[in-house]
Design a protein around this ligand. Structure first.
Ligand SMILES: Nc1ncnc2c1ncn2[C@@H]1O[C@H](COP(=O)(O)OP(=O)(O)O)[C@@H](O)[C@H]1O
Ligand SMILES: [Mg+2]
Length: 208
């Protein structure tokens, strides 16, 4: 099985990158598949914190490995031998972001729906394309939207420029962040409606 690389990146922080990367790794890790989540957001390493919280709260063992990576060399070394590599990017695109995007099969671009988030995240997508990353490798995910109308407006703006936007968004819900406080993924929330939506989002991502 060839290795598949997934990059979760954004220009703005706090747009649900880590939450999505953590859930994506969990959903990719079916039996017989080796998955590593490379957290490159030094020194925060949010997904390591999520993994630690999971242990503290007695959650089920994670079916994937989480590793902190300070640079591209570490990602290269620590991802050897895994079937899936999920890279949780740092905010503020850098040379490293382009390096990872170059090696990624799928570039996931989470963004909140306000113009102050959309504009820099769109700029990142444009600059990735300008550096040779094919548009069809990138997909936006709308996150933390407070309402359906804001989600729809943001979707229109992105699609008007021809960008792919995942059909299922991750609207703002306190249960998603409190799940994280216990080291759970968004698809492990108790609320059935929220669980369903997170499940759909992951399913759509897995199809890319
Ligand atoms: N859909 C959501 N609803 C509510 N809170 C969310 C949602 N997605 C993420 N969060 C919370 O927002 C914060 C930032 O998310 P995080 O994944 O760390 O962003 P990033 O990695 O892009 O900086 C975290 O506290 C997280 O729990
Ligand atoms: Mg993060």
């Amino acid at each position: 099985m060839a290795q598949k690389v997934w990059l979760v990146a954004s220009q703005k922080g706090g747009v649900s990158k880590s939450v999505i990367a953590y859930a994506l790794a969990e959903n990719l890790a079916i039996p017989g598949t080796r998955v590593v989540l490379c957290d490159t957001d030094y020194p925060q390493f949010s997904t390591l914190t999520l993994a630690e919280l999971r242990v503290q709260h007695g959650g089920d063992k994670l079916p994937f490995t989480v590793v902190p990576c300070k640079d591209t060399g570490e990602v290269g070394r620590k991802s050897k031998g895994f079937n899936h590599v999920v890279i949780d990017g740092a905010p503020h695109a850098s040379q490293d972001t382009f390096h990872y995007a170059n090696h990624a099969d799928v570039v996931i671009l989470p963004t909140r729906t306000a113009i102050l988030d959309l504009t820099p995240n769109l700029e990142l997508a444009r600059s990735l394309e300008a550096r040779g990353i094919p548009r069809d490798r990138m997909v936006f995910v709308l996150t933390q939207s407070p309402s359906k109308s804001e989600t729809a407006t943001a979707r229109t703006i992105l699609q008007y420029e021809g960008w792919a936007v995942l059909e299922q968004d991750l609207h703002f819900a306190t249960s998603y962040s409190t799940a994280g406080d216990r080291g759970r993924t968004i698809s492990e929330v108790r609320h059935p409606g929220l669980k369903y939506k997170a499940g759909r989002l992951l399913e759509q991502l897995l199809r890319r």
